[in-house]
Design a protein around this ligand. Sequence first.
Ligand code: SF4
Length: 356
Amino acid sequence: MTENDGALLEIRQLKKWFPIHKGFMRRVSGHVHAVDDVSLSLAKGETLGLVGESGCGKSTLGRCVVRLLAPTSGEIVFDGQSIGQLRSRALRPLRRQMQMIFQDPYASLNPRKRVGTIISDPMKIHGIGDRQERKKKVEELLETVGLSPEHYNRFPHEFSGGQRQRIGVARALALRPKLIVADEPVSALDVSIQAQVLNLLESLQTGFDLTYMFIAHDLAVVRHISDRIAVMYLGVIVEISPAEALYDNPLHPYTISLLSAVPIPDPDVEAKRETILLPGELPSPANPPAACRFHTRCPYVQPTRCTTEVPELRKLGDGHFVACHWAEKIKAGAIEPIESTPIEPERQDPVEAPSA
Ligand code: SF4
């Protein structure tokens, strides 16, 4: 699946585990398995939507990709170069090619800096242009993202949430990156503004030759912007597929449940369909369930195999991969969902886990 001639990014068997420290001596008593053996690739110019509920590891994966975090093991190949284990000095020239847009436009912009400085700082750090050239570039970028060059001297608090996210986009574009990881870039915005920012990102893609990894917690947001979608659950990819095929034909029970919560514009269809409510909470990534990680909440869980054998990602369609032993039977209606109470994950001591 990772074999892709036009790949800009390849992730192979990536793991990011965070140590859990305990007691006075802060000894390591376990690990949070935030990302656990993930492999995927992004073609040049592609948008990959990465979806899963809060705590599933998607943001950690995004941060590993742009090397804000060092992976525990596995490989990240960016534009033909292995970057997973590079140290900061070696990473520096690559940083300009990989940028991140953060979820919270209120927290991600320094309130004491003027917009012009916020956007030009990355260029200054990388030694691009002189002061005048950078100013001209920033003014162009402000226009590109739908703001005005006159906003150059304003402070972030003078802007609305949507405008602040546009400033975040301009800052990400300043170094002309090849890859942008957008970590829930619209989830802090009003629904009416979300579409504007999504449209902006989409319109910039061709002109700036961008590849996007677009992280979101619900499938509605990524539908129109994504070429492919990867669904993540508790540190692993459970389904990956071209976007339309995933919406038309979801095969993993977790994806089916996520999709059942996406609103349908037709009120008659919406009234008839059933939302699948998953029992229980997301288990702790410090102690993920054995075999299929979804088995403690899966409405289709089957005896023995689901709890004893790890389901591999299997190809079940053109570019469509699913990690479920029973995907075909579930799709064919040969297995009925059960009204289940959740299987309790193994009891463990509470831990302070970093957010994934
Ligand atoms: Fe559910 Fe079993 Fe499929 Fe896992 S392998 S998603 S528990 S049916």
